[in-house]
Design a protein around this ligand. Structure first.
Ligand SMILES: [Zn+2]
Length: 158
């Protein structure tokens, strides 16, 4: 880092903390020459995490896509924007933790389903019907059966 006061390239990191929900890090530095302190924000040069689609095309990981997929499924459901944010953050963190370079897109879909299952069954089935494109009516009915059972279970729990 170049000291903004004297231009020296020698400094010491005094404090380093990650910025929540991002891969950026905030660092407090002290110039070794003039002893003045300054703060830097650093983010890794876009680690290009790639998503591998079912037809093997690759595209850069885009958290906005996850967000809009979930948002669409949750439309008009009693789900707060913060809840959606939280889901997206969890998914992103899990993916970043588990995958280094490439993520199969199918896995992202499954993770979204997993989260929605825990939040709202209507949103779940909406997302599932788009994502899984239920090949036939039997698959769809199977999924509905599973939902009905789960729904009943949740009702008795309340
Ligand atoms: Zn300095």
């Amino acid at each position: 880092m170049k000291c903004p006061f004297c231009g020296s390239l020698k400094d010491q990191v005094i404090d380093s903390r990650p910025i929540e929900h991002t891969s950026a890090v905030k660092r407090r530095r002290e110039c070794s020459e003039c002893k003045k302190r300054y703060t830097t924000f650093e983010r890794p040069e876009e680690i290009s995490l790639m998503v591998v689609k079912s037809d093997n095309r690759r595209e850069p990981f885009d958290r906005k896509k996850i967000w809009s997929g979930i948002d669409r499924a949750c439309r008009k459901r009693p789900i707060a924007a913060e809840t959606i944010d939280k889901m997206v953050n969890e998914i992103e963190n899990e993916l970043m933790g588990e995958y280094v370079m490439e993520i199969p897109s199918s896995l992202i879909g499954e993770k979204i389903l997993e989260k929605l299952w825990g939040i709202d069954l209507v949103a779940y089935i909406r997302f599932a019907s788009v994502y899984r494109k239920f090949a036939d009516i039997d698959t769809f009915m199977q999924e509905l059966k599973k939902l009905k059972k789960e729904h009943a279970k949740r009702l008795t729990k309340d």
